[in-house]
Design a protein around this ligand. Structure first.
Ligand code: FES
Length: 354
């Protein structure tokens, strides 16, 4: 069988590869004969069998990773508060990495141990492809397939095809996260806040009426398991004078004593934390691109690239005087996205704090 070099009509491997290059040492020189694609005799050496097994194990790992990715995507709990939800994203990353690394490492090991190790030198020529060059390229591809020796190693062939199939199906579940095929519930429309969740400060202490001076602000988080680590739930409670605060129409009972109001701190432009509060003007300022929100007036956008008001969290106080949420935000927090609905529902609260 002619080699790649023969078909490319290239010069023979040079004695000296030129300045800066070391002479190529053929791996296992003399031990890898030109092998026909198929043959009645199993002439694999023990080393080749071991290498084939190692490559096959890597391809099977890729399959395990892909199946694990899909199983995690479909079955693993990911809602806030559900046991194990914090592993959802890491598991997706780990299983996808296993699939990609399995295929990649398998291919590298295959090339380094089982494929024909041959170095060729091709002379430069015109850039346009002549018909005969295209034919030669097709021949080379065919020869490459033969010299990969897939036909010789049946286990390698099957596991390679399995790993390729695994990679092909890997992105399919992601399609179900797009548009109207969204997976499970609308995760972007929910945060950790629940009806009756107390407002905790950064040290985990519940915040109660009187904890803030007029003009004061405090970062607050929902009193749910892991609430202080929920990036989408961070909010800011602000105290103003009653005559300063102008609740939006229909939101008169979303504030407490006409003095305390709570907004999401996630900028509706690109998600930076909006925590700079200017108590004289009641402006909330985003340091990233200078979006400015009017905290006394529904956090309306006064300036900057943000297109939406900061979402407001409806609050009340429970029987012990602690602030509690009436419900989750009634709209998705943070930057806009294309299937976002303007609002979901008006929060209701029965006043029990439960
Ligand atoms: S992220 Fe806030 S203005 Fe851009």
């Amino acid at each position: 069988m002619s080699s790649i070099r023969d078909r490319l009509n290239t010069s023979p491997e040079p004695e000296d590869s030129g300045p800066g290059f070391e002479q190529h040492e053929t791996r296992g020189a003399g031990s890898v004969p030109a092998v026909p694609a198929t043959g009645p005799k199993d002439d694999r050496t023990d080393d080749e069998k071991r290498a084939e097994l190692a490559v096959s194990v890597l391809f099977l790992l890729a399959l395990v990773g892909a199946v694990g990715f899909i199983a995690t995507y479909v079955a693993w709990p990911y809602k806030y508060g559900e046991s194990g939800y914090e592993w959802y994203t890491p598991l997706l990353g780990l299983t996808m990495a296993l699939a990609l690394i399995g295929v990649g490492a398998g291919a590298v090991l295959w090339a380094k141990t089982l494929m024909v190790d041959e170095e060729t030198v091709q002379e430069r020529h015109h850039l346009n492809s002549e018909p005969e060059d295209r034919t030669a390229a097709a021949d080379v591809l065919k020869a490459g397939a033969e010299e990969s020796r897939l036909m010789k190693y049946p286990m390698l062939r099957r596991t390679f095809l399995l790993s390729q199939a695994a990679l092909a199906i890997l992105p399919i579940p992601l399609l179900f996260s797009l548009g109207h095929f969204q997976h499970k519930e609308r995760a972007l429309g929910k945060t950790g806040w629940k009806k009756g969740s107390r407002l905790l400060d950064e040290l985990g202490r519940p915040v109660k009426v009187g904890d803030l001076e007029v003009g004061g602000v405090k970062s607050v988080f929902p009193d749910v398991p892991g609430g202080r680590r929920m990036a989408d739930s961070a909010a800011l409670i602000i105290r103003m004078r009653p005559e300063q605060l102008k609740p939006m129409k229909g939101r008169e009972n979303w504030i407490v004593d006409n003095q305390y109001i709570v907004y999401s701190v996630i900028c509706t432009h690109l998600g930076c934390p909006v925590k700079l509060y200017e108590q004289q003007t009641h402006h909330l300022f985003c340091p990233c691109h200078q979006s400015t929100f009017d905290a006394a007036n529904g956090a309306k956008v006064l300036f900057g690239p943000a297109a939406r008001n900061l979402p407001q969290l409806a609050i009340t106080v429970d029987s012990e005087g602690y602030f509690v949420a009436r419900d989750d935000f009634n709209e998705p927090v943070g930057p806009s996205y294309w299937e976002r609905k303007p609002s979901y529902k008006e929060p209701k609260y029965d006043g029990t704090g439960a």
